[in-house]
Design a protein around this ligand. Structure first.
Ligand SMILES: Nc1nc2c(ncn2[C@@H]2O[C@H](COP(=O)(O)OP(=O)(O)O)[C@@H](O)[C@H]2O)c(=O)[nH]1
Ligand SMILES: [Mg+2]
Length: 239
């Protein structure tokens, strides 16, 4: 199946080219990478253009300004589907998600999963750099989402995923207005609600070494109030 890896970038100058080169080693004939850059001030978008000119399997979507991960991914999904992708992947461009694990996500989708989640919290998954406090916060966020949404999936906030194209064609992308971690939770919840099969595969999540995290208090707060809102909307038949 032809896969497109969507890579959202905001100020990933040091990471983008190494990431594309690493993906070149694991992707197959017909697979593509789509960089979605929100007009990064550090010039990431120009590097993306240079790589796209050099490598025919790389494309770039330029957006006018920073709007968050959610809107960037939705624009990327639409472009990937229009270009004929059969599998669409989400992946951070900071090496927290190991490019070498991409074939495992693709294989699980090809084996029949409608959505594959790279999961830190299933048997075999890990977060080697994190201390007890960060683990507790992240795990707590996942348990919060599990309880509100009635889901037994262990890693609802992760952003290393592989969708089969018909799943993204079924889910109402226009209705998704989450931007940060809530976006990851909301996409998976909508896929579950639509009756698709979601499978978790273990991943090791490592901290970025180059560039800076764009995580903010606003992103955390959004997830805290969006999760109950999703459940209430679902109960009212509006999600
Ligand atoms: N296009 C776009 N990419 C973003 C935005 N915010 C974060 N990203 C990218 O999303 C990925 C994950 O973001 P990161 O800051 O590492 O989040 P963290 O892993 O939760 O700390 C990275 O590739 C970022 O460059 C945004 O507003 N627009
Ligand atoms: Mg990161």
């Amino acid at each position: 199946m032809r896969a497109t890896v969507c890579l959202p970038t905001y100020n990933e100058l040091e990471n983008l080219e190494p990431m594309i080169r690493a993906l070149a080693n694991v992707l197959r004939e017909g697979d593509r990478v789509l960089v979605i850059d929100d007009n990064s001030p550090d010039g990431t978008g120009e590097v993306a253009d240079r790589l796209a000119a050099e490598l025919p399997w790389v494309g770039v979507l330029h957006r006018p300004g920073k709007e968050g991960l959610g809107p960037a991914y939705i624009a990327g999904f639409r472009r990937a589907l229009a270009d004929g992708a059969e599998l669409v992947l989400e992946m951070d461009c900071d090496f927290s998600h190991d490019p070498a694990a991409v074939p495992q996500l693709i294989a699980a989708a090809e084996a029949g999963a409608d959505l594959v989640l790279g999961s830190r919290y299933v048997e075999g998954g890990s977060i080697p750099n994190w201390g007890a406090v960060r683990r507790f916060i992240s795990l707590g966020g996942n348990i919060y989402a599990q309880l509100w949404l009635g889901s037994r999936l262990r890693d609802l906030t992760g952003g290393f995923k592989c969708f089969r194209a018909p799943v993204l064609e079924t889910v109402d992308l226009a209705a998704i207005d989450s931007r940060g971690y809530a976006f990851q939770i909301e996409t998976t919840y909508r896929v579950l609600r639509a009756g698709f099969r979601v499978v978790e595969v273990p991943i090791a999540f490592t901290d970025r070494e180059q560039g800076h995290s764009k995580m903010s208090r606003a992103i955390v707060l959004e997830a805290i109030w969006k999760v109950p809102q999703m459940r209430i909307r679902a109960l009212r038949g509006r999600l």
